[in-house]
Design a protein around this ligand. Structure first.
Ligand SMILES: [Zn+2]
Ligand SMILES: [Zn+2]
Length: 329
C-alpha cells in the first residue's frame, strides 16, 4: 500500500493509525466470532426452556469467551416470588445446582453464581453453600422486596465475607423496589460491589424518568438516579444486558456515547439473551454487542466494557482466554 499522492506522509501515518485503531466489524454483522475476548456477565441455564446445547452454541456464535451463569432461587410460593409466578426468575431459569453442573462440565467457558430467595430463613446457608463451592457472584437477585430491606443486607454481608459482587434486577413496583433509596446500601457496604440491571435501573439514566414507564423512548436528560449512583459510588456497576440495557443506548445515541465514556470503568457487557441462534438480527445479545462497539468512545473504553471491568470485578486473573471455538452449527 502506497500513500495517496495528495496526502502528506504525516496524514498517511495518521490515517493508518486510525485504521489500526478502528474496532473490528461486530460479530453480528460480519457473521464471524470476534478475536477480542468478551465476558458475558449475565446468562441463565434452561432460559425459557433452551437446552444446554443450544445455549453453548449461542454463546460461541456471539463470540463470548467466558460466561457467568446466574441461578434462580428455590421455587417457593410466597409474596417475594409473587406466590410462585416469579420462580425461575420468571423465565424457567435453572437454580444453583444447574449452573454449577454446567460450569463444571465446561470450566473454560463458564463460571457460576449463587442465589436464593433472600427472605427465606435458609437464604444465608443456601447462598453460602455455593459460595464455598466456587460461586463468583450472588445473582440474580430478582425478588419482590425493597432494595434496601434487611434481606439485601444479609446478602451484602455474605458478599463482603466472600469478596463477590451482587447483581440486582430493579423493576418498579415488582422487584427490588425503592431504587431512590439504594444509595443507603452502597454507603453502608462500601466494600461490596453491586451491579444494577433491568428496566428501572436503565430508565433512571434520565433525570426526567417516569417510574411507571419500563422502556422509555424519549431523549435522555443526563443526571438521573442511575447516572448519579455510578458517579458517586465506586462500588456501583451497570450491567448493559437485556432489552432494557439495549434500549438505554438506542433511545438516545448521543447521550449513550457520553454515558459509556464517563462510566467506562463501571459498565459491563451482559446479554441476558434467550435467543437460540446467537446472531443478529433476532439475537438481543448480538445487538447489545453491536451497540456497545458502535457507541464506545474509543477502543480502550470498549475493551474495559467487554472484558477488563468484569475480569477485575470477578477476580479472573491471568491472561485473557483464547477466542471461543467456532460455533457448533
Ligand atoms: Zn433480570
Ligand atoms: Zn437475567
Amino acid at each position: 500500500m502506497t500513500p495517496h499522492p495528495q496526502l502528506s506522509r504525516r496524514d498517511f501515518l495518521a490515517a493508518s493509525a486510525l485504521l489500526i485503531l478502528t474496532p473490528k466489524l461486530p460479530a453480528a454483522e460480519s457473521g464471524t466470532a470476534a478475536a477480542e475476548p468478551i465476558i458475558d456477565i449475565h446468562q441463565h441455564t434452561n432460559y425459557s426452556g433452551r437446552t444446554d446445547e443450544q445455549f453453548i452454541a449461542h454463546q460461541r456464535a456471539m463470540g463470548v469467551s467466558k460466561t457467568i451463569l446466574l441461578p434462580a432461587g428455590s421455587p417457593v410460593e410466597r409474596p417475594s416470588t409473587h406466590l410462585g409466578k416469579s420462580n425461575g426468575l420468571a423465565a424457567q431459569c435453572g437454580g444453583n445446582q444447574s449452573v454449577m453442573e454446567l460450569a463444571r462440565q465446561y470450566p473454560k467457558e463458564f463460571v457460576f453464581g449463587a442465589n436464593e430467595v433472600s427472605d427465606l430463613p435458609t437464604a444465608r446457608t443456601e447462598i453460602e453453600k455455593y459460595l464455598k463451592l466456587g460461586a463468583v457472584i450472588i445473582a440474580e437477585q430478582k425478588f419482590s422486596l425493597d432494595c434496601d430491606s434487611e434481606f439485601i443486607e444479609i446478602v451484602a454481608g455474605l458478599a463482603q465475607d466472600y469478596g463477590v459482587p451482587v447483581l440486582m434486577h430493579f423493576q418498579h413496583d415488582t422487584y427490588n423496589m425503592g431504587i431512590e433509596r439504594f444509595h443507603k446500601i452502597l454507603k453502608k457496604f462500601p466494600k461490596v460491589n453491586f451491579i444494577g440491571h433491568a428496566q428501572t435501573w436503565w430508565g433512571n439514566i434520565d433525570r426526567n424518568h417516569d417510574q411507571k414507564v419500563l422502556y422509555p423512548v424519549t431523549p435522555v436528560t443526563a443526571g438521573g438516579i442511575t447516572d448519579r449512583l455510578l458517579s458517586d459510588y465506586p462500588n456501583m456497576y451497570g450491567d448493559l444486558s437485556a432489552g432494557s440495557g439495549l434500549n438505554s443506548m438506542l433511545r438516545d445515541e448521543e447521550h449513550a456515547r457520553g454515558f459509556l465514556g464517563r462510566h467506562q470503568n463501571q459498565l459491563l457487557f451482559g446479554s441476558d439473551c434467550n435467543d437460540r441462534i446467537g446472531r443478529g438480527p433476532g439475537c438481543q445479545g448480538a445487538q447489545i454487542l453491536a451497540a456497545v462497539r458502535r457507541l464506545a468512545p474509543y477502543p480502550k473504553a470498549l475493551r474495559k466494557i467487554l472484558y477488563d471491568n468484569a475480569a477485575r470485578l470477578l477476580k479472573m486473573t491471568g491472561k485473557a482466554p483464547p477466542p471461543p471455538p467456532p460455533s457448533a452449527q
